[in-house]
Design a protein around this ligand. Sequence first.
Ligand SMILES: Nc1ncnc2c1ncn2[C@@H]1O[C@H](COP(=O)(O)OP(=O)(O)OP(=O)(O)O)[C@@H](O)[C@H]1O
Length: 300
Amino acid sequence: MIEAVRLRKHYGRTKAVDDLSFTVRPGRVTGFLGPNGAGKSTTMRMILGLDTPTGGDVKIDGKHYTEFKEPLRKVGALLDAKWVHPNRSARAHLKWLAVSNKIPASRVAEVLEIVGLSEVAHKNAGGFSLGMSQRLGIAGALLGDPEVLLFDEPVNGLDPEGIVWIRQFMHRLAGEGRTVFVSSHLLSEMAQTAQDLIVIGKGQLISQTTTEQFISDATKDHVRVRSPHAVKLREILAADATITEDAVDGALVVHGIPAEQIGEIAAEHQIVLHELSPQRGSLEEAFMQLTKESVEYHAH
Ligand SMILES: Nc1ncnc2c1ncn2[C@@H]1O[C@H](COP(=O)(O)OP(=O)(O)OP(=O)(O)O)[C@@H](O)[C@H]1O
């Protein structure tokens, strides 16, 4: 479990992290979302003791990261995939990490196997693609078989197969009871990966909730209806719903009446329907809605 209490980090006048409190629970994948410059990386660095908070506190199972004697056994992290010695082989890099944390060298082969890099383990990590580097970084995070895992933008540079692999992998880690905390810009990916979300903007907490709840709180469900008698149906429904038209195919977009009821009303009036589909909001919509006040850089 990771617990931040009134965490702050100021760089001069910039409040990178500002009075931020949250809890990351074990057994779940928790997504860490926020617009560019929101303070995600700064927060992750403070969790890992790489930055000292200006105020407040962040602890892992009640301790500061720096209090763990062999931290890799407690917390594994992938912050910067390119953080390897370019002239070291993948295997040598992991061995060096293992030795410095008193982890048996035999574990290196295991983690290389887990991330699918066994066959290129002898090659210089400097020549790895970003996707391979991400896998190597993940192997490093797994070395100590830690209970807590932090990943900063882990799917950057991964191809679709790699993205699916990492999603399933994170679910597996959480399924084993570990705490998995992952930041990402890819919202549709996060919607499928994270069960819980911590959303920040301008260093402050915007929302901490389940992904499901986040989406339903911030977006409005609606129903798409297509009918050869759309004009008549629209007139009937208009008394109880807000209705617009889809600009692309002219479908009615109905807010305020559930799909079942629309179906019943249509049947009552003998109106043929060609489509009746309930639509859920997306994480993108919810995110844009909730962070619009906190985006530092807008495109105009
Ligand atoms: N070492 C530093 N010195 C000064 N300002 C910094 C430093 N590190 C971060 N900042 C500032 O703190 C704010 C938060 O940055 P941070 O990198 O944590 O955000 P982020 O949410 O990870 O962004 P991104 O999604 O773009 O990676 C930004 O305004 C950034 O410019």
